[in-house]
Design a protein around this ligand. Structure first.
Ligand code: NAP
Length: 271
């Protein structure tokens, strides 16, 4: 039942997307975009007319994602980029400039989740890894890309956080703290970026059916326990996170900055 619904949503959304070209002429970087939510966002930005650079840590995943999207006639290229590595981030930016001549849109989507269980048990190493990948790398990537977006006269940044940033999770509380930090990063960047005509917004997905959430979505008993907290009574699918990112990256959102949009099937989201 759930997979049939997923397919229906995916078909409907991709048909709708095929009609729109609101990002024509724009160049987008999407991190962690070889599968899951990042891949769906890269595909949607491409369908809406953007040239898109996909990336993740593994060359074989980059090659596969680029191949799939090129077969859909989307204008994409790819490069390996572990967002926590400065050298990889520089190469990602340089590749985008070399291939497409500039950058208009950044979608910062990568995250790590190396630890589970009570927050007080989180080790220093796990804490450092979480903050390095999820918070520091996101900030550094924004900082490194802003001058390039500025050269184009402005553009858009979208940061992927999580519903866990609003309502902490007993299972993954340390990860949740980093996602709360990203909600704050969106707010904090507004003042620096508005004079440069760069808008910065965030999305906060709820439970989305990907590899990242497979321990929950792939386990019928766990899923049964999780569903009562979701008013729409199902997990989301990656494509359901993609249209809003295209909207936020487009001129349709020209007066929207500093907002975090929750995509959670109705799960509560107030701090
Ligand atoms: P996913 O399906 O597991 O995909 C993860 C992607 O990230 C892959 O392309 C992976 O490719 C890449 N990746 C992992 N670590 C990376 C790194 N350090 N640098 C660059 N790329 C990296 O995950 P997802 O569920 O789509 O999650 C995407 C984002 O959504 C994350 O920020 C996550 O916190 C957020 N989110 C997810 C959910 C959910 O329920 N799924 C809910 C809320 C928020 P490689 O292995 O090749 O690197």
């Amino acid at each position: 039942m759930f997979s049939r619904l997923s397919r229906q949503i995916a078909v409907r959304m991709s048909t709708t997307a095929a009609r729109a070209q609101k990002l024509k002429g724009k160049v987008a970087i999407v991190t962690a975009s070889t599968e899951g939510i990042g891949f769906a966002i890269a595909r949607r930005l491409g369908e809406d007319g953007a040239k898109v650079v996909v990336s993740s840590r593994k060359q074989k995943n980059v090659d596969k994602a680029v191949d799939v999207l090129k077969k859909e006639n989307l204008d994409v290229c790819g490069i390996v980029c572990h967002v926590g590595k400065k050298d990889d981030r520089s190469k990602l930016i340089q590749k985008t400039i070399d291939e497409y001549g500039g950058i208009d849109i950044l979608v910062s989507n990568a995250a790590a989740n190396p630890t589970m269980g009570p927050l007080i048990n989180c080790s220093e190493d796990a804490w450092d890894k979480l903050f390095d990948t999820n918070v520091k790398a996101t900030f550094m990537l924004c900082k490194e890309i802003v001058p390039h977006i500025e050269k184009r006269g402005g553009g858009s940044i979208v940061i992927v956080s999580s519903i866990a940033g609003y309502v902490s999770s007993d299972a993954i509380p340390a990860y949740a703290v980093t996602k709360t930090a990203l909600l704050g990063l969106v707010k904090g960047l507004v003042g620096s970026l508005a004079p440069k005509n760069i808008r910065v917004n965030g999305i906060a997905p709820g439970l989305i059916d990907t590899k990242f959430s497979a321990a929950l979505t792939g386990n019928p008993d766990m899923l049964k326990m999780a569903l009562p907290a979701i008013p729409l009574h199902r997990p989301g699918i990656p494509v359901e996170c993609s249209g809003i990112v295209s909207f936020l990256s487009s001129e349709d959102a020209s007066y929207i900055t500093g907002e975090n949009i929750v995509i959670s099937g109705g799960m509560p989201s107030r701090l």
